[in-house]
Write a protein that binds this ligand. Structure first.
Ligand code: EPZ
Length: 407
């Protein structure tokens, strides 16, 4: 089965389309509700998006809007990535303050620090972030925070800097493949960027960008979820489109856990013929183990042989799934930013509710390893970021049926 395009790559790239008047065509777009929400944000700004199959055409025209409203930003925090393009194109952006979310506090200080360094003034008025800049200007910016680099702050500064005269140096830039995809998209639009994929990105401002046709990278988090799914049912799965270079830490941990991962041409084969061994995991910015696979890995560790410690170094509060996994018989104790998981011989199927996107996938995986039936509620979270996950999992021999959808 084939991995869909990366949700976390397409969202900032959709926002980046605002950097030109010309239409852009984006291929390999996943059918997930976050993409629909971003299309709605662009529409409210005056740009037009049309999705046909997995091809999305965005026509910004001479869009006039500068406001990303509360009802949309509260639905999807990634809405914040219109901030950089709006400032660069319109000299003004009003984006609803995102606030915290279920995976813990999610500050935006690094976004603001970066844009201020480029010359923007930023104020908070009536729950909105109001940013203004008559003319952005290239600058040297250190974007490291208490939890390391920031994916979307790097994206925002990168997008704004493409049209800012002079040189911008982003130090402690995020190195995630989704940032690289955004940089490649911008370069194709005519931006001058070097160093993306590393911690120091250099941007030479240009006066205008043009529309392009671009293909989104495969979703490494979906690929990782499928790999862990194969491991949890003792299966044998070939995942087309999964890129080993995006999944190094995941492959390493699965191998340590006794799961075989074979790199084929353009795909990965995952085989779990031996009992899964408990391994310790610490989430970190790329190339570390991704926080977006921590919950799924916890489901696997819940049925492994031995005891494992899963430590969150990106979102120390991202443990909402523990209580639901425990309802299925998992033995998990939380100690601050770590979870101590004692593997049990079997989980027992139960009605559970997904608290967030990645937890929804983790609970499906746990249900696959559990006896009897598991009924998952909160499917609207799953639909935000996974395209057709249940159909992809059926090839592992599990029975999955969608009874109803909340969206
Ligand atoms: C992106 O969010 C992803 N979202 C998240 O995916 C992912 O979990 C996260 O990166 C980390 O990999 C999208 O790409 C749309 P960060 P982002 O800024 O960019 C702290 C999923 O399940 N921080 O890289 O918002 C922050 O609190 C989602 O698909 C600051 O301190 O995350 C965290 O501890 C959920 N100040 C760390 O940095 C800031 O201004 C990394 O967050 C910004 C972030």
């Amino acid at each position: 089965m084939t991995v869909s395009g990366a949700k976390n790559a397409v969202l900032p790239i959709m926002a980046a389309c605002l950097l030109s008047d010309e239409p852009s065509i984006i291929d390999n777009v996943p059918h997930v509700t976050d993409v629909v929400t971003m299309m709605e944000i662009l529409r409210r700004l005056g740009a037009f998006g049309a999705l046909s199959g997995d091809r999305l055409t965005i026509t910004p025209g001479r869009f006039q809007g500068t406001v990303a409203p509360y009802d949309l930003v509260s639905r999807m925090r990634a809405s914040i990535c219109v901030l950089g393009p709006l400032l660069a194109r319109k000299g003004k952006a009003q984006v609803s303050m995102p606030g915290g979310c279920v995976i813990g506090p999610r500050p935006i200080d690094l976004h603001l620090k970066g844009l201020q360094a480029l010359g923007a003034s930023v104020a908070v008025e009536h729950g909105y972030l109001v940013a203004e800049a008559k003319q952005l200007k290239g600058a040297r910016i250190h974007l490291g925070g208490a939890f390391g680099s920031s994916v979307l702050a790097t994206g925002n500064v990168l997008m704004a800097a493409t049209l800012a005269p002079g040189t911008t140096l982003i130090e402690h830039a995020a190195c995630e493949p989704e940032v690289v995809d955004l940089a490649n998209f911008l370069i194709q639009m005519g931006a001058r960027i070097e160093g993306h994929g590393g911690p120091l990105i250099r941007v030479e401002g240009v006066s205008a960008l043009h529309g392009v046709t671009y293909r989104i990278i495969p979703d490494r988090i979906e690929a990782g979820t499928l790999m862990i799914a194969a491991a949890i049912v003792g299966g044998d799965l070939v995942i087309d489109g999964a890129r080993a270079e995006h999944l190094g830490a995941v492959i390493d941990k699965l191998c340590e856990a006794n799961v075989q991962v074979e790199k084929l041409n353009g795909s990965l084969r995952v085989r779990a013929t031996q009992p899964v061994r408990a391994v310790d995991i610490t989430t970190l910015p790329f190339p570390g183990f991704p926080t977006d696979l921590q919950a799924q890995m916890m489901a696997l560790m819940a049925v492994s042989q031995g005891m494992s410690v899963l430590t969150e170094k990106v979102y120390p509060e991202r443990f909402m799934h523990i209580s639901e996994l425990s309802r299925m018989g998992a033995s998990i104790a939380r100690e601050g930013a770590s979870a101590i998981v004692r593997g049990v011989a079997r989980l027992s199927g139960a009605p559970v509710t997904a608290p967030d996107l990645r937890a929804s996938a983790a609970l499906i995986l746990a249900g696959m390893a559990a006896d009897n039936q598991t009924e998952l509620g909160g499917l609207e979270h799953l639909e935000r970021g996974y395209h057709d996950l249940e159909r992809k999992l059926v090839s592992l021999g599990v029975e999955l049926e969608r009874i109803s959808s909340n969206t």
